[in-house]
Write a protein that binds this ligand. Structure first.
Ligand SMILES: N[C@@H](CCC(=O)N[C@@H](CS)C(=O)NCC(=O)O)C(=O)O
Length: 240
């Protein structure tokens, strides 16, 4: 059994999709991101970085103590190694899948994350930052679109690279980017959306209230803002 500590978001959806694709038994443990449950010491023993997702595998491969893993990219690679699935068996294809997975966690995720922050959470009037991150988001989506031209999947076969990129690439409407502007990418999204694991994972992770997480402008109370972006965030990291 695997505990999936999660909040409804794209990074968390990745893990839901992987678990559903692999048919692994998991127990979703939902956190209250706006209330800061993930910043408490109990959860920081699972993820010292106090972010979601994280997993605890109660049946790790070495048959030892339950094993906690954080960072969505590391979790995807862990699950691939545990099962021997969803990363290419062919050595060269494996390198392709791995590099695009790392590209997602190092580039696409953080840049779209910042675009999301400045478009949806920051006070109005941050034009420089909004334009900077939206331009970078469009550039990265163009790079992915080009990789997908003439290919069914990022590394030709469906892999963790697709799972890593899909929730971010398919979730850009809330920041005003239309996936249809990227033709190969749009077809790839449609192809992936047909997989039964996607609907199952969306139900598990968004609990039916996905629309709320796609609102153009998020509405936070001052306390919630402090927990996620302000003094409370730093105070929680310093607390023992
Ligand atoms: N690089 C991390 C990012 C994790 C992350 O930022 N998660 C967000 C939700 S998508 C979160 O936990 N936010 C709460 C917070 O920042 O306090 C990963 O890929 O797992």
């Amino acid at each position: 059994m695997i505990d999936l500590h999660y909040v409804p978001s794209g990074n968390n959806l990745k893990i839901g999709i992987a678990l559903e694709e692999l048919g692994l038994r998991y127990r979703p443990v939902r956190h209250d991101m706006f209330g800061g449950s993930h910043q408490k010491p109990e959860f920081r023993r699972i993820n010292p970085n106090a972010k979601l997702p994280a997993i605890v595998d109660h049946e790790p491969t070495d048959a030892g103590e339950p094993l906690a893993i954080f960072e969505s990219g590391a979790i995807l690679l862990y699950l691939a190694q545990k099962t021997g699935r969803l990363m290419p068996a062919d050595w060269r294809r494996f390198q392709v899948a791995q590099q695009w997975l790392v590209w997602q966690v190092a580039g696409l995720g953080p840049m779209l994350g910042q675009a999301n922050h400045f478009c949806r959470y920051a006070p109005e009037g941050q034009d420089y930052a909004v334009q900077r991150y939206l331009r970078e988001a469009r550039r990265l989506l163009t790079v992915l679109d080009r990789q997908l031209r003439g290919r069914e999947f990022i590394a030709d076969e469906f892999s963790m690279a697709d799972i890593a990129c899909f929730p971010w690439a398919a979730g850009t409407r809330s920041i005003g980017i239309e996936p249809d502007d990227f033709p190969a990418l749009a077809q790839w999204i449609a192809r992936i959306e047909q997989r039964p694991a996607i609907a199952a994972a969306r139900t598990a992770i968004f609990d039916g209230d996905r629309a709320k997480y796609l609102q153009a402008r998020a509405k936070l109370t001052p306390q919630e803002w402090s927990t996620l972006f302000g003094d409370q965030l730093l105070a929680a990291a310093r607390a023992d």
